[in-house]
Design a protein. Structure first.
Length: 252
């Protein structure tokens, strides 16, 4: 990379939390082999089976990661928003990319090569610890999502997602209802949560009718009591399952 290109990438690199506060030699090692990529809407950042020679930081836009069946149906794994890293786990794996990453709108990413990040790791011991933490958090999140898709009701999944959005947003004053804006269209959110669009619409309607949320276009305001009711939902589900197991034993 030329000196001019290195300076032009610096403002984008400064926005990557993984690299914040690293030593000057480590930052220069990354900048020397980082490049900006602009991805058109509908274009693939990478495809399943591609060698994972680099990971990406999403500077602008939205990117979905999906896996596809042999019949052509797809399942959304997650939706990357500005500030997210994409493909960090795979770049340290020998298996390559295990899914397809596709831009939902014109997007800009910073591509950082495996060789560059390994060089930076040698120059600053803080970076390996950050990468281990990021990969661990990512894997923990995937396990949590898989468990939720199998054991949580549609209502609980939606509430958990909205609470996560609210927690990630700017803190509100005590007693003020948190308000969030859905970052993607509802059909994509439904796919991420493992629901049909019709089920998601029904859940939003049901939550609105009981006063847990109010919906105005893409903006959703949560009731201050939403945490208490989410716990009640979980407890109700456990009680129903216990009653079902008891009835099953009685019938034997």
């Amino acid at each position: 990379m030329s000196t001019e290109d290195a300076f032009s990438i610096d403002p984008l690199l400064a926005r990557i939390p993984l690299l914040a506060g690293l030593s000057h030699p480590a930052r220069r090692a990354v900048a020397a082999h980082a490049q900006r990529r602009d991805i058109d809407r509908g274009a693939a950042l990478y495809r399943e089976g591609d060698p994972a020679h680099a990971f990406h930081f999403l500077a602008a836009g939205k990117i979905k990661r999906v896996v596809c069946s042999a019949e052509g149906s797809e399942r959304v794994i997650d939706l990357a928003l500005p500030g997210d890293t994409i493909g960090l786990c795979e770049v340290f794996s020998s298996s390559g990319f295990t899914c397809r990453a596709e831009a939902l709108e014109p997007s800009t990413v910073v591509e950082i090569s495996h060789a560059a990040i390994e060089h930076a790791m040698d120059l600053d011991p803080r970076l390996p610890r950050r990468i281990i933490s990021a990969i661990a958090n990512r894997n923990t999140g995937l396990v949590r999502d898989i468990a939720a898709s199998h054991f949580h009701s549609a209502c609980r999944r939606v509430l958990d997602y909205l609470r996560h959005l609210a927690d990630s947003a700017t803190a509100t004053d005590e007693g003020v209802s948190p308000s969030v804006v859905l970052p993607v269209r509802k059909h994509l959110l439904a796919a991420q949560l493992g629901l049909s669009p019709e089920t998601l619409s029904r859940v939003f309607r049901d939550l609105s009718e009981v006063g847990l949320i109010s919906v105005t276009g893409p903006r959703i305001t949560l009731s201050p009591d939403v945490d208490k009711h989410a716990s009640t939902i979980a407890e109700s589900r456990r009680r129903v399952l216990a009653e079902a197991r008891s009835a099953s034993r009685t019938c034997r």
